[in-house]
Design a protein around this ligand. Sequence first.
Ligand SMILES: NC(=O)c1ccc[n+]([C@@H]2O[C@H](COP(=O)([O-])OP(=O)(O)OC[C@H]3O[C@@H](n4cnc5c(N)ncnc54)[C@H](OP(=O)(O)O)[C@@H]3O)[C@@H](O)[C@H]2O)c1
Length: 334
Amino acid sequence: MRAIIFRNYGNPQEVVELVDDMEIPKPNKNQVLVKIECSSINAADRYIVRANYFIIRMVFGLFRPSKKKSILGMDIAGTIQLIGKNVKGFKIGDPVVADIRKSYGGGFAEYAIVDAKHLVRKPDTVSFEQAATVPISGQAALMGMTLCTINPGDKVLINGASGGVGSFGVQIAKAQGAHVTAICSTKKINAVRSWGADEIVDYKKKGSIKALNGNEFDVVFDTASFECPGRYKQILKKDGKYVLVGGDFYNMLKLKLFGRFDRGSQKFMALTQEVEVTKNIKTVLEMIADKKINPAIQKVISLKEIPDAIHSLEQRTVIGKIVVNLNKKDVANS
Ligand SMILES: NC(=O)c1ccc[n+]([C@@H]2O[C@H](COP(=O)([O-])OP(=O)(O)OC[C@H]3O[C@@H](n4cnc5c(N)ncnc54)[C@H](OP(=O)(O)O)[C@@H]3O)[C@@H](O)[C@H]2O)c1
């Protein structure tokens, strides 16, 4: 089968390549084989390819990625082709969606095996392209928002609002009745506003974050935590909640292990545990089917375009999500 693999760590445009001779994996009795229709690019893909964090090398291979974990891609939407004999509730031909992080990727390929417990049925009214944006980004946004318990009228500040998770964060918070202030860079303001943000803070403008009023926000939802989370103490309400979803890995680790920024009833949390992943995916898919939110797809690409797409994520030129459609022909195969 065709797949996007990496044999070394480094620049995605140099180490990530399209091959056409990967073996189609075989499901065991508790798994299914999914013919992938669509997948999506995630921040995780770029972190794994670069392997700048030692923990990634511990998981994927110290000096180079292990052969078994060499296919990139963390989320899939497709149809079931083969089914293990213990799998209940699904049949061949069912359209499904899955987060496949626990199998160390495999989504940028024509087929992937998925543990049945990770499968979510795709609603008919949600396209494969829309569905492929949900397992990592949509699900993490919902998990973060759930951790903060948003009530209608709450003031929510979203940092990294223009990214994959942020694009869902803005829309989910709005759907839950929040007043959303979004932090993003100048070029992405129009898109973020079109997703429903009530107010925009352009962090490229000097002093714009400092200008935020004190004691203002019920929730800070941070997908781009590249500075100390403690800087939000002053602008959070007395009983406000901060959730760190992503950004600098060491900030996340520090907050999780040592960083008790809690002050009075203010709570500082890091989204490091994957809780109720399939339930969250299902809920986000239903929100799309009910037209409460709409995945912000910047573009749809073919397998061959993936190295450039990962590079563009590094360059921060992506707005929302890039979807990979396995049926989209690329030059090498047309
Ligand atoms: N905990 C979980 O389960 C979970 C799940 C999914 C993702 N994550 C993490 O959440 C983070 C965001 O993921 P994502 O998919 O939304 O990523 P993304 O699509 O790349 O978006 C991140 C956004 O953050 C902004 N940003 C601000 N400062 C940045 C900097 N120094 N470097 C890079 N971006 C910066 C960029 O927007 P502007 O150009 O507008 O600044 C960018 O669009 C990642 O760290 C990811 O690993 C965690």
